[in-house]
Design a binder for this molecule. Structure first.
Ligand code: NAP
Length: 173
């Protein structure tokens, strides 16, 4: 973790759950955290909670399904931090009706793809220009999500997030 100090990390879907915990743990390591969340109230509340623990945190609105929020977030980070070192692709949805291919509702699968696949791809592509020379990117998405997106080859620093849900891919961006 020593190598991660003084770095800047964007965590998508950081207002709750695993994303919030990743943000908290990275913040505890001295990393500046950009709390990505689609809802300003939930995002600001999470950022405030992390700041109350003494962490360096700022809220950035980012909705994986809204290209305007993605480009605005990139412009905002460019203006404030000027770079990113770590991208945590955490945000995702589970759609009711998704399931086994034999029974899955097509619209539910489409919604899931729109967020988990195309949204994650859009965010990743959009922040590439911000990523420093030695970027780290992490996904906490489910294996199934990544099985569907082999082209999103991302180098993973597995130690920044624990648990079997973290898929370790060892290819460079
Ligand atoms: N929990 C598990 O057992 C488990 C297991 C394996 C993998 N994972 C993966 O770990 C990640 C987090 O899981 P979790 O359990 O912490 O999920 P969660 O509690 O449902 O949190 C999901 C986060 O993603 C955000 N999000 C959803 N759609 C978004 C969008 N369009 N744009 C931006 N943010 C969006 C949510 O924001 P809102 O609060 O606004 O909805 C929330 O912050 C997911 O990628 C999941 O696939 C989880």
């Amino acid at each position: 973790m020593q190598a991660l100090k003084n770095r800047i990390a964007l965590v998508t879907g950081a207002n709750k759950g695993i994303g919030f915990e990743i943000a908290r743990q990275l913040g505890e390591e001295g990393i500046r955290i950009l709390v990505g969340a689609r809802d300003p109230h939930r995002g600001e509340a999470a950022a405030a909670e992390l700041r109350s623990k003494g962490l360096a945190v700022r809220y950035v609105q980012i909705d994986l399904t809204d290209p305007v929020t993605i480009s605005d977030a990139v412009a905002d980070i460019e203006a404030h931090e000027k770079r990113l070192d770590i991208l945590i692709n955490n945000a995702a949805i589970t759609s009711a009706g998704d399931g086994a291919p034999s029974a899955a509702n097509i619209e539910a699968v489409r919604r899931t793809f729109d967020t988990n696949f195309f949204g994650t791809l859009a965010v990743t592509q959009s922040v590439l220009s911000l990523l420093s020379d030695r970027p780290q990117a992490v996904s906490s998405m489910s294996p199934a999500d990544w099985a569907l997106s082999p082209s999103l080859a991302i180098r993973i620093q597995s130690s920044v997030a624990s648990g079997s849900s973290v898929i370790v891919l060892r290819k460079r961006l």
